[in-house]
Design a protein around this ligand. Structure first.
Ligand code: SIN
Length: 297
């Protein structure tokens, strides 16, 4: 009942580990995957990247701020992580690839290592060039088209809520060949430290995730669904089954969980049973019957 096909990936339940959270070691990813339909890794680039100096996160009562600077071990090392994960788990692994760091090279290496799909990250809200990348429709079109010409696994593009017209960008990605859209990445924010009286993060800008951004995610998924026919993975502030169902009704075929998993990985199990309970009480036989229902007039 909870099984869903998302661009050829069979997800059961329709829940995905969102990129950036826990997606670094094969063992942790395999453990988390027990309760999810698929996992997405932390974004990977061609070379090892240290990321920003501390602080890189700041918890808030209603969410989490982060500016990590895309730290990752580079694809040479990460290839082994993918292979190891494939031995430990049967769930699909979606490898997140940094859009501005040789995405073709990194994606093809990830595919060779056994990735089931690629998620192109063009939406980090505080990485300078990357921010501009996700805002530049022409550049995104070109990267998606080039990546599609070399990949045989599905390609998702992770979009930013910080762009004026997210529906138009999603449409451009679909026309360029993308197999799915992931929406949304974090919302661009600034945190000021009261003692130093300066921005807390080195990058000045940071990204807000968690409960506070859920209505923004729902709005973005709603707008994208109106413009594309490829599947959407809805991400942003999913903290319980209600917030997951809301994203599905807005148009998401599957739902990403991020910040909530940092508190408790068992939350994924609770969300899956909540969705099932809702389906039973509302008379739905499959998740696909619920996708985008909020658009029916
Ligand atoms: C980070 O590593 O700083 C966050 C990445 C992202 O938001 O895409």
């Amino acid at each position: 009942m909870l099984k869903v096909d998302v661009a050829g990936l069979e997800l059961s339940p329709p829940l995905v580990l969102a990129s950036g959270i826990l997606g670094v070691t094969a063992k942790i990813m395999a453990r988390v995957s027990e309760h999810l339909g698929a996992i997405t890794t932390k974004s990977v680039g061609a070379r090892r990247r240290e990321g920003y100096p501390n602080p890189v996160v700041c918890p808030l009562p209603y969410g989490l701020l982060n500016a990590m600077g895309l730290p990752n071990p580079g694809i040479d090392y990460f290839e082994e992580v993918i292979r190891e994960f494939k031995k430990l788990s049967k769930k699909p692994i979606i490898v997140s690839v940094i859009g501005s760091d040789s995405p073709e090279y990194v994606s093809s290496r990830a595919e060779e290592a056994g990735a089931d799909a690629i998620e192109l990250n063009v939406s980090c809200p505080h990485a300078g060039g990357l921010l501009e990348l996700g805002m530049d429709i022409e550049q995104v079109r070109r990267i998606v088209r080039d990546l599609k010409s070399i990949l045989s696994i599905p390609l998702f593009v992770k979009l930013s809520p910080n762009i004026q017209d997210i529906g138009k960008l999603a449409e451009t990605c679909e026309k360029a060949g993308a197999d799915g859209i992931t929406a949304i990445n974090t919302v661009r924010a600034v945190k000021i430290d009261l003692l130093s009286k300066k921005p807390l993060f080195k990058s000045i800008y940071c990204g807000l995730s968690g409960a506070a951004i859920h209505p923004i995610a729902v709005r973005c998924v709603y707008e994208i669904y109106e413009k594309v026919s490829i599947p959407i993975i809805g991400v942003g502030g999913v903290v319980n089954w209600e917030s997951a169902v809301e994203l599905i009704l807005a148009g998401a075929s599957a739902v990403g969980i991020g910040t909530a998993l940092t508190q408790d990985i068992a939350i994924a199990k609770e969300i899956a049973s909540g969705i099932l309970e809702y389906m039973r009480s509302e008379g739905f036989k499959s998740v696909s019957e619920m996708i985008g229902l909020a658009h029916k007039r």
